[in-house]
Write a protein that binds this ligand. Structure first.
Ligand SMILES: *[C@@H]1O[C@H](CO)[C@@H](O)[C@H](O)[C@H]1NC(C)=O
Ligand SMILES: *[C@@H]1O[C@H](CO)[C@@H](O)[C@H](O)[C@H]1NC(C)=O
Length: 495
């Protein structure tokens, strides 16, 4: 049915600027045939058996990484500020756990909010293609809602994973409605838009809402979406993920109470902006209903990128290219790297204004600076959590290196995580040139972290706030999650 509709109806609905005559208006799809309804149907009908073993495996890796990143993120200043805000502004509520604070519980939406802040506080969370940070918008909401459910009726591990995967899937589907979404963003931060929708979808799934309630949850979430890129590299960027988790949960809870919104929010309706308010080139397509013949989740064809250090994903290419040059520089300086040997540092990176910062002044700016990450890796051979401490950011060697940096944007280096590269070329004082290039960093979806590397990252991150026994138990619980009849062991390890 949908393929027929697409051929006959889509040109009218999808072509921008076409004036809809009265005749064309009559071709509007029946309510159950809209893109919006198809999304609602998918969310309401999908079952755990639709998750393939690859999807289960990959989503469990995402879970483990996201929990670790959230745990270490609970040590940050921005997390502390957000938590204090929630504790002081709202009456204490005793329901949902908070990363890294054993004795603190909040209302579910506020717990989703602060755990979202934790997850993106260091820019350490996962990245997908097209570009967004999918887990941080969903997992805190699924956790908060699971905590809210009665002890005798907690979701099973599989239901938990299904809700999480629905939240990821809806983000991927929405981003495929626009070519613009393929590239590193310029106007709004994607998690604040597709993330809110993903969180709403995941929560609607976990609440077992029916088809129309699920599409209302999405439509309500669309009204709670959006944050400008100007707040990238500030303390407010983590709020984008936090609000996505919180407001998506809120949207699903409101829909479960019967609140309604546009039944055409995902469709292309001439003259009335729905989700296309966010994209210039939006072409929506209905989502096929899950069937017993299987259900292909996008995670199966598009794996995730996991970061090795806490900075914008784009930094991983220049850092790896610079690490190669570091090895050559160590030879030049007989064991140490000194700015005194360096005449010029040339970076060949994509054109993306918000990650081109010659002299970052704060931790958040440093996490969004090609120059900073390249120079840190030139000096140290790697970028780590410690690279962003106030003393590391201000060390004289680093500032001296930064003063020698020049940036070029080659035409073949697009601002797109699937095809960008990083090149670092150092000219020595004597005129010799040292070069390093990275096309695919370790952790990118084309070169995924091994399970062992992913666990090592988790142990470092979670170990910042939990006892090592606890850390090992979390690894086991996540690994066994699809076999748990009740997700309580996962929740209880975190509180
Ligand atoms: C969905 O649930 C609501 C609330 O219980 C109900 O009013 C509505 O008729 C249901 N819709 C469908 C399609 O089942
Ligand atoms: C992680 O382990 C699973 C089996 O437990 C395996 O199927 C998968 O390929 C591994 N992933 C990577 C990236 O090594």
């Amino acid at each position: 049915l949908f393929s027929v509709l697409q051929k006959t109806i889509r040109p009218v609905w999808a072509v921008r600027g076409v004036h809809m005559s009265a005749v064309e208006v009559m071709k509007r799809p029946a309510p159950e045939d809209t893109v919006t309804a198809s999304f609602g149907r998918f969310i309401s009908e999908v079952k755990p058996r639709h998750l393939s073993s690859v999807v289960l495996q990959r989503s469990k890796r995402m879970l483990l990484d996201s929990i670790g990143v959230g745990l270490i993120g609970s040590t940050t200043e921005v997390f502390e500020l957000a938590l204090q805000h929630c504790q002081h502004m709202y009456a204490p509520d005793d329901i949902s756990f908070v990363y890294g604070r054993k004795d603190t519980r909040l209302s579910p939406t506020l717990a989703a909010f602060v755990n979202g802040v934790a997850t993106h506080s260091m820019d350490f969370d996962d990245t997908w293609h097209p570009a967004t940070h999918p887990s941080g918008a969903v997992l805190p909401a699924v956790f908060a809602l699971s905590d809210m459910m009665p002890a005798n009726n907690k979701p099973s591990g599989l239901d938990f994973l299904l809700a999480f995967n629905v939240g990821i899937e809806i983000q991927g589907r929405l981003m495929r409605f626009s070519n613009e979404a393929q590239n590193i963003p310029k106007r709004f931060h994607p998690p604040s838009v597709v993330g809110t929708m993903g969180s709403a979808a995941a929560c609607a799934r976990l609440l077992s809402l029916n088809e129309s309630q699920c599409s209302h949850a999405l439509a309500i979430a669309a009204s709670l979406s959006g944050a400008p890129m100007a707040n990238a590299a500030t303390q407010s960027k983590p709020l984008h993920i936090a609000n996505a988790a919180r407001l998506g949960l809120e949207a699903a809870l409101l829909a479960s109470r019967g609140l309604e919104a546009s039944p055409l929010v995902l469709d292309e309706v001439a003259g009335v902006a729905g989700f296309n308010a966010f994209y210039e080139d939006y072409i929506p397509r209905p989502l096929e209903s899950p069937s017993d013949g299987g259900c292909m989740f996008l995670l199966e064809e598009q794996d995730m990128a996991f970061k090795r250090f806490p900075a914008h994903l784009g930094m991983h290419w220049v850092a790896d290219a610079a690490a190669l040059v570091h090895k050559l520089l160590v030879g030049v300086g007989s064991g140490t790297v000194s700015p005194a040997h360096v005449q010029e540092i040339l970076l060949r990176v994509p054109h993306s204004k918000y990650i081109n910062r010659p002299f970052p002044e704060s931790e958040h700016q440093a996490r969004h600076s090609f120059q900073f990450n390249a120079c840190s890796a030139l000096l140290d051979g790697e970028v780590t959590v410690q690279s962003f401490t106030p003393s590391a950011i201000r060390r004289p060697d680093l500032l001296e290196m930064l003063s020698r940096v020049r940036v070029e944007h080659p035409h073949d280096n697009q601002a797109n995580f699937n095809c960008m590269y990083g090149e670092v070329q150092v000219t020595l004082v004597g005129g010799d040139i040292l070069k390093g290039r990275c096309d695919t960093f370790y952790g990118h979806w084309r070169n995924p972290l091994t399970n062992e590397s992913l666990r090592k990252k988790f142990r470092n991150n979670a170990g910042a706030v939990l006892h090592s026994d606890n850390v090992e138990q979390l690894i086991e619980v996540v690994e066994d999650l699809d076999r748990l009849e009740d997700c309580t062991p996962l929740l209880s390890q975190l509180q």
